[in-house]
Design a protein around this ligand. Structure first.
Ligand code: ATP
Length: 349
């Protein structure tokens, strides 16, 4: 019986994850998946009530689930955002979720901001390194607050870290029959860390003669993603660049309400799935949140559990909602979060 930890988190996380879970339950009953859901209350309210964000035991306990389904963390009442840092970054770093998997797939041309681009032109997957790079907090400040202040943020690239994300991207391309893989860095300006990326990339690429391995500096990549997104099947890049290009990708596929993600460590068999958007306090509790990104994240979760055909089914249900304008106000529709949830269940069943 696959056990799923459900962490709704804060704000619209509650609303969109509730719809994602309803969808999963509907598919569970239809296909006998035997899923079990355990709701964990990690989030701002618990922190405000108890002063606890997540204990070390709770963090380690997350390893025991077959998958984690997360909403969003962020609440205006917790100015420091300490709970989000402890829970979300804690998961990424302590559970070593080194792959940030971000599919960027346009399901309906009407929602793409690019002229004359359709679903056939925009379907690529980004592998963002998720545990090192510029996001480790290594660095320091010297003479803070003075005119002589120095602030150093160090970018960490380890042989192990670079190799495993590049290998994961090639393995994905290989198993999905995708022929083009592009690595992006800034090795013309960052001559140490990104030289490591270059060397490892060439080494791993040599093992995959069937895959066309290319390289673009990240500034060129952003231009090409807008000019000719049809050039790309799989992209692999570091933590900072991945953060930026995946948000560009999210807009190309129709906005933040449609962007799903996975945070994975396949060797440790830990998979955490979350919509990319935040807790959106401005619309929380009003039934306006778009649950489609949460639904697509639920699809990725089912794929992780060994049901790729059900991920496809969810994708088709989302396409159906988009095509028939069964959508929430931010996409131009008039349905509530739960009405879109109903439409998804009807289309997926
Ligand atoms: P944080 O990431 O710190 O939790 P946030 O939720 O404000 O912050 P974003 O996710 O970037 O950040 O959202 C920005 C705005 O986009 C939100 O305030 C909201 O108005 C809108 N938005 C985000 N996600 C959705 C969604 N699923 N449905 C409808 N609107 C959304």
């Amino acid at each position: 019986m696959p056990r799923i930890a459900v962490i709704e988190g804060d704000g619209i996380g509650h609303e969109v994850i509730a719809e994602g879970v309803r969808l999963l339950q509907a598919l569970d009953s239809a296909h006998g998946l035997d899923l079990s859901f355990e709701h964990l209350d990690y989030g701002a309210q618990r922190y405000l009530d108890t002063g606890v964000t997540i204990t070390p035991e709770e963090m380690q306990g997350l390893r025991d689930y077959d998958a984690i389904f997360l909403g969003a963390l962020g609440d205006p009442r917790v100015k420091s955002n300490v709970h989000a840092k402890d829970i979300l970054l804690g998961m990424r770093f302590q559970l070593d979720l080194y792959i940030n998997l971000r599919p960027c797939k346009l399901l309906d041309a009407r929602y793409c901001p690019l002229k004359d681009k359709g679903p056939d032109d925009l379907s690529f997957t980004v592998f963002r390194e998720n545990t090192e790079g510029l996001y480790t907090g290594i660095g320091g400040q010297f003479k803070r607050g003075t005119a002589d202040e120095v602030a150093i943020e160090a970018e960490m690239n380890t042989r192990k870290g670079v190799e495993r994300i590049i290998r994961a991207a090639f393995a994905y391309a290989d198993t999905h029959g995708l022929k083009r893989l592009c690595m992006s860095d800034k090795s013309n300006a960052m001559r140490h860390g990104h030289d490591l990326w270059q060397r490892v990339f060439r080494e791993v690429a040599a093992e995959y003669s069937e895959i066309e391995a290319s390289h673009l500096y990240v500034d060129v990549l952003t231009m090409e993603m807008v000019r000719a997104p049809e050039r790309f099947d799989v992209l692999v890049t570091n933590n900072l660049f991945g953060d930026i290009v995946t948000d560009l990708g999210a807009q190309l596929q129709g906005g933040i309400g449609l962007a799903a993600s996975g945070n994975l460590n396949p060797e440790a068999r830990i998979g955490m799935f979350e919509p990319v958007h935040g807790s959106a306090p401005d619309i929380a509790g009003q039934g306006k949140a778009n649950p489609l990104a949460a639904a697509l994240s639920a699809g990725m979760l089912l794929n992780w559990l060994g049901h790729p055909e059900l991920e496809k089914r969810i994708e088709q249900a989302v396409s159906h909602c988009l095509a028939n304008e069964l959508i929430t106000p931010e996409l131009g529709g008039s349905l509530s979060t739960s009405q879109v949830g109903d439409a998804l269940i009807a289309a997926a069943s």
